[in-house]
Design a protein around this ligand. Structure first.
Ligand code: HEM
Length: 215
């Protein structure tokens, strides 16, 4: 389920950007000065986002169902196997997040011990990302069916607010996506393969054969 997220996310982000290209409303500015516009012409040209609205919509709304089904399957899997316990950060250990970050920045020698497969920073990040996935689905349906799902659109603050949430989720997802892939590449080929096939080979013991370990 994890590796399906990679192509799915690429398709959702890319097709979403094709839709956004048709009406680029977001920019950062102050006192009438526009500092940054989502997105500069060079970005749209490089990614060939221009005049692709119909195809973008078709891809986006078809793959949205797959994204939703995959998300639901993952949620059921986490719940049924109890694996969610290994992902949720605990308030008691939240301070470890700072220590992990300091360690990763080489400002602290010792890393705090991981609880299970993931350390506290990973637990927090992965939980937030799962929350982002849920928000992408909720805000997506809120702007897809604002009449039939009026209560959902209302709960997200109305159509415009739901649209802003949907776009913000995309920006956060894109940032996570880039950092996550870079981290896995940096962690080496064993972790990279683990990301694709779901398990990781333990390092080869001296004179022995490699065994499957936690992934
Ligand atoms: C990770 C998943 C997703 C990402 C990254 C994503 C991204 C985007 C982006 C960037 C836009 C353009 C926003 C704008 O113009 O303001 C968009 C539009 C849209 N998305 Fe998504 N989306 C995701 C999932 C979904 C899902 C699950 C649905 C559910 C149906 C959905 C439905 C829509 C709709 C209806 C629009 C607006 C189309 C229009 O303006 O006519 N999206 N999405």
């Amino acid at each position: 389920m994890h590796w399906i997220n990679f192509p799915l996310l690429v398709i959702m982000i890319y097709s979403g950007l094709r839709i956004y290209r048709a009406e680029q409303v977001y920019a950062f500015g102050l006192f009438g000065w526009e500092w940054f516009k989502f997105f500069p012409a060079g970005f749209n040209d490089t990614l060939e986002l221009n005049r692709r609205l119909a195809r973008g919509l078709a891809f986006h709304l078809n793959f949205a169902w797959l994204f939703t089904l995959n998300g639901a399957a993952y949620a059921i899997y986490l719940w049924r196997t109890g694996e969610w316990r290994g992902l949720v950060p605990s308030r008691r250990h939240l301070g470890d997040v700072v220590l992990v970050v300091l360690h990763d920045l080489h400002l602290r020698k010792e890393a705090p011990p991981a609880r299970g497969t993931y350390n506290e920073a990973q637990r927090l990040t992965y939980s937030l990302v799962i929350g982002l996935g849920a928000l992408a689905i909720l805000s997506g349906f809120a702007i897809f069916k604002p009449t039939q799902l009026g209560w959902l659109t209302w709960a997200l603050g109305g159509y415009t607010s739901a649209r802003v949430i949907h776009f913000t989720v995309t920006v956060l997802f894109s940032l996570f996506f880039v950092v996550h892939v870079l981290q896995v590449i940096r962690a080496g080929p064993r972790k990279f393969m683990g990301m694709i096939n779901g398990y990781e080979l333990a390092p080869k013991p001296a004179g022995g054969t490699a065994e499957a370990g936690d992934g």
